[in-house]
Design a protein around this ligand. Structure first.
Ligand SMILES: Cc1cc2nc3c(=O)[nH]c(=O)nc-3n(C[C@H](O)[C@H](O)[C@H](O)COP(=O)(O)OP(=O)(O)OC[C@H]3O[C@@H](n4cnc5c(N)ncnc54)[C@H](O)[C@@H]3O)c2cc1C
Length: 383
């Protein structure tokens, strides 16, 4: 189904979108439901995505990226999430949460060392901020890094790391001082001694992406793996999450569009009262409302993506895009089940997966309440 705003795209962006859409339909769609049922990480798909340049779309060619812009990257996340929201978040967490801080805050040595393998998809990245005591209040981090000669020794545990089970490289946030916001970021490798994967979460949705606990027992991290300035890890995380939120907004757009496209197809085919249910105004209105929700969210996401490309401050706009897109995904997935009737409640149709996948977009990378907080604070200012 054509999106009415494609005329705003450049030829290069349109070509990428078509290429990703073809890849997703040929390679991702046929295995998405089965992988989901088996909680299976789509390793071979991620490898192929790497070969196509999709693990580093918005990064310079000199570090192994595809040299495109953020609008292209977010379009790709939406196209992939249209067919599989798990694959969408695997790519988004890798690219926005792990590669982005290295590119933005890393030294030249760190970029040369880590980016080529990450951007080509040879290695997978993850970002670990959340802890049991530090959810929405991420500054309440208990994991501690203390300096010991030329190394940092890190102790603590992290929760809910997307890609945690498969990642080779982690951006890890730890406390480096008493002050609430005295946190620092570190690049941690999975083979560093003392580093262990703990519990793997069993989830309502996005089941073929992994969500892992990370246990850190005297992990020895060389001092050159401090990312950015010491004590500036909280700010680094917030800047990183602005970009991450646009990845999640794009994932949510993919889920919303999947819900709409499947609903239109089903409503044309399903006959009741001797006619397709698409003839009933009740169904038509649901589809109209779904499309308005989707395109409103799309406009907000594109606006924020263009602002990111232009190097503007886009924190509020990213929060608005994520808030709207995640609510649009929930709205559309709910209506999609309604349009499919009882069949929508079964595993015979994909809409039940969309419904389960949609919920996480209102929770991670800041809940909807936290997005509202960010938006309101930026409007009202400090009181
Ligand atoms: C599948 C999955 C993947 C994830 N991936 C990652 C990842 O890769 N890396 C990572 O670091 N984290 C990750 N997370 C963690 C995620 O970002 C947090 O779960 C989320 O930020 C919310 O934190 P919490 O779960 O502790 O909820 P809490 O902070 O305990 O919130 C509980 C409720 O209170 C509300 N609330 C809290 N504070 C306020 C407030 N000030 N005002 C109003 N309401 C408030 C919340 O909105 C929510 O409704 C992931 C989580 C999941 C489930």
């Amino acid at each position: 189904m054509g999106v009415d705003m494609d005329f705003l795209l450049t030829e290069e962006q349109k070509m990428l979108k078509d290429m990703v859409s073809k890849f997703a339909q040929e390679k991702i769609a046929p295995v998405a439901s089965e992988n989901e049922r088996n909680h299976r990480f789509p390793k071979e798909i991620i490898e192929e995505a790497g070969e196509l340049g999709l693990m580093g779309i918005a990064y310079p060619v000199k570090y192994g990226g595809a040299g495109m812009d953020y609008v292209s990257y977010f379009l790709a996340v939406e196209e992939i999430s249209r067919w599989c929201a798990s694959t969408g978040v695997i790519i988004s967490a890798h690219s926005s949460l792990a590669c982005d801080p290295i590119y933005r805050f890393g030294t030249e040595e760190q970029k040369q060392k880590y980016l080529p393998d990450l951007l080509s998809g040879k290695k997978i990245g993850s970002f670990s901020l959340t802890e049991s005591s530090a959810g929405s209040d991420s500054s309440n981090t208990r994991t501690v890094a203390r300096k010991d000669g030329k190394n940092w020794i890190i102790n603590g545990s992290k929760l809910f790391a997307t890609n945690g089970n498969e990642a080779d490289v982690f951006i890890l946030i730890a406390r480096t001082g008493e002050d609430k916001h005295n946190l620092s970021a570190f690049i941690v490798e999975k083979d560093m001694p003392g580093y262990k994967i703990g519990k793997l979460e069993k989830k309502l949705g996005i089941r073929s992406s992994s969500t892992a606990e990370i246990i850190l027992e005297d992990v020895v991290v060389p001092e050159e793996n401090l990312l950015g300035e010491i004590g500036k890890g909280f700010k680094l995380s917030m800047i990183t999450l602005d970009g991450g939120r646009l990845g999640i907004a794009s994932q949510a757009l993919g889920i919303a569009r999947a819900s709409i496209e499947d609903s239109i197809k089903y409503s044309r085919e399903r006959i009741q009262f001797e006619q397709p249910i698409a003839n009933f105004q009740a169904i038509q209105w649901m589809i109209a409302d779904m499309w308005v929700e989707y395109e409103s969210a799309l406009l907000l996401t594109w606006r924020a993506s263009v602002m990111k490309d232009k190097g503007m401050n886009y924190s509020r706009e990213a929060a608005m895009a994520k808030l709207k897109a995640s609510e649009a995904a929930m709205f559309c997935a709910n209506k999609a089940i309604q349009i499919h009737g009882g069949y929508g409640f079964t595993e015979d149709f994909n809409v039940e997966r969309y419904y389960r996948d949609a919920k996480i977009t209102e929770l991670y990378e800041g809940t909807s309440e936290i997005q509202r907080l960010v938006i309101a604070r930026s409007l009202i200012g400090k009181i």
